[in-house]
Every structure is written in structure tokens, then in C-alpha cells.
Design a protein around this ligand. Sequence first.
Ligand code: ZN
Length: 466
Amino acid sequence: MRRFVPASSLLLFLILAILGGVRNGTLQAANQLAEAWPNPEPDLRFKTDILVITAHPDDETMVTGYLARAIFDQQKHVAAIFTTPGNGGGDQVSTAQATALGDIRIMEAREALASFGVLHVWCLGGRDTPGQDLMWSLESWNHGDVLGQMVRLIRLTRPEVILTWLPDYVAGENHSDHQASGVIATEAFDLAGDPTKFPEQVAAPRNYTGIANMTEGLLPWQCKKIYYFSDAASTDFLVGKGPEYRTTDVSPAKNAPYFKLAAEEMAHHLTQKDSGQMAKRALETGDFAYFKQPVRLVLGKSLVAGSITGDVFEGITPGVIPFAPVHGYRAEARKGISVELGGPWDYYRDFWRAHDLQHMAELIQTPEVAVGNGVQVHVPILIRNDTDEAAEVSLTSTLPAGWKELYGTSRYPVRPHEVYPVQAVYEAASTEKPEWQTLRWKVESHGEVIPAITLRVLTDSTGLPQ
Ligand SMILES: [Zn+2]
């Protein structure tokens, strides 16, 4: 014991001496270290105020009546993404079709947008997929591929605001590509600020001044607002859901009304009958009735203070805001036997909740679709059995005059906790002019009547295949 005490004191002394020496040595070494290069900032040459995300070259003309104001009189920087080259449209100028037409339409879009000073324009390479079922577009584009590209461009251009197509099933033109571009833009809005999504885009490269780096070195970016627009036959249902911009106001910078500036931009899309050719005619004849309609936007969501109908840039100040995670998908608690419209209607119910867009369900309260006279109409119906016992569910269609059922009315065996996807098929009535009609379904299980479902159908539509 007597020898142990001095030994431990000596040990303590040695430890302190060594630590002191190391500390002094470290300080000495630090003073001799060269200063590292400063960490480069994001490339602000491409910083964007408004990123317009649409499906086809000429879709941007839905909002050019507003963009003219934002670009020429508010000095906003705008960039544009098209998810497809619009290779499925017709050509009013030459015989070019399919892939060649896509190349032409992208050139037209670049010229059109350049006339507005918009030089940052991308096409993501999805294929033009005419129809109303957005699942076809998501499938043919390779959904995840387009989403990854869009997240990258958001991280690169760091937009304050996204303007995109309404993610909803609306009677009218209702192009599935339009819906799909709005769906993916919404997903990208919610993912670009999350470094765990597409992490290879934000991982620091090993040597950014060298070559052949395999990671991208971007920074996550949280956009502040997302607005939607629609090509529905009537946009009255959008009134009060977001800002509205008059196109009859005169641009002080250009000394011309916004509707005329919008027509001049659209006139570059000459392959398109209902856009470029129409705009050319308007400029020749002076009949700008189409272009004098206001630009109506729906506020999808905002992560800054401001009102629903206030200006797009209300509440937006420069700088970074924190990542805002959304609610995400949660399975709904259900009981008993229930029946719902499936397909896009079922998808959007979950999509809006998952992306904090619950108010979108109020825009179109009764599901609707527009179809041509006498065409086949496919109605996906989901029969859910949220009980512990097998059920037999009878489904009976109630159709307006002139409609014919091809498949649907039947007794369906549904196992416990199963969802039975029914694909009911009808032949639409032919009407002399567009007419709203209602399809109804009566549902019973073991003598009990289940709340029915309805679908409003606009007949004699000249729109896309359903
Ligand atoms: Zn389009």
C-alpha cells in the first residue's frame, strides 16, 4: 500500500504531462495548417422564382397570361419542365409525327418561352399518352424515373413556387398526362427537401473539381408554395380557391395587354391547331376572346404565411425554409362492408390526404367523367369486406335511358379483409348535345343495404378516350 500511493501519483503526473504535450503539439500543428478552400455556394445563375411543370409543349400557355406579368413587370425568373415532348399530337405544319413531332414541339416550346425570356427549359422524356386514366401515363413514363429527374431539377433551380396541372379527375379535356405531371410535381415538391430521397443527388462528390464523380453534390430544397391550374371546360369551380389574374391589364414594361403577350407566346406552337394556329389567327384578326379569360390558380399548399387568394408571392421572402414533411399515406380505419369508386377516384382520395391536400376533395364533390357518344365506359368499383367473415355482395347498376350494361351487375364473393376490384363496363347513351347524366349502383350484403355510389357522366364529349 505504501509503495502504491507514490506509484499512482507518478502515473497521474505522467498522464497529465503527456496530455499537455499532445495539446500543445496539436495547437502548434493547427497553426501550421493551410486554410481549406471555401465551400462553394449553390449555382445561383439558375435560381428560379417560378417553376412551371406541365406535360406537353404548349401546356405552359395555360398560365402565360400570368407569367407575362410576373416576368416583364415583376422581374421574376421562370423555368419550365415538360414531362413529355408532346409526340402524340397532330401537326398543322408538316407531315412530321411521333418522335419527330416531339422534337419539333420541344423546339417550338423553347422558342415560345425564349420570347418571354425563359431559357431554362427541360423535357423529361416521358411518352405522350392520350387518355383520361392517369395510371396509364404514370406507367408509360416510368413514374419513378420522371420523379427523380424532377426532384433533381428542383434542387438545381431552387424555385420559390411551383405552378402545375391540377391533380384531380375533372370532366373536360382531363388529359391523363396533365394529371400525371401534377401528381409527380406534388410528389417532387414534398421530396426535394428530404436528403434521404434520391440521396445520390445530394451526396457530396469526392472531388468536385475533378472528373468522373459519381454523386451530384446538390443541396436539398424545400419549395414554399404549389399552385394548380385546370383545363376543365369550365373553371368556375376554381373561383375563390386561389389567386385570379386579369389578362386585360396592360403591362407597363411592354405597353401591351397581357392577353396579347400570351397570344404572341402561344403563336410559336404552330404545329398545334388549338394553340399555335388559334393564336396566329387571333393576332391576325384581333379577336382575342379566348386570351381575355383570367388565369385562375388553385392554392395547393403554402408553407409560408399568406391568404388563399392572395398574390402568388404573398408571404414569400428570399432564403431557405426548413423541410416540411407531409402526413404520408395511412390506411383508413373501416368497418363492415363498403363500396367505393376505384381507379383514379380511389387514388386521389388517398393522394390528397397523404400530401396534405385534403381541401382538394371539396373541388369536385361528386365524381365525374366526360365520355363520347356510344363509347364503352369503364367504371372501377371496390367492394371492401372489413369483417372477419366471408361476405356475398350483390351489385346492381341503375342506368339512365339509352345506356347499356356490358358487365357489372352480379353477386361478388368477398373474403374477410379483402378488397374485390370490380371492372364494370357500360355503353354510353348518345345525346344530341353534351348532357349530364347520373349512374347509380345499389349494393346489398346478407339483406343489408350498403350506402350507394354515384358517378356523374357528361355525354357527347369530344374529349379524350376514357
Ligand atoms: Zn397538354
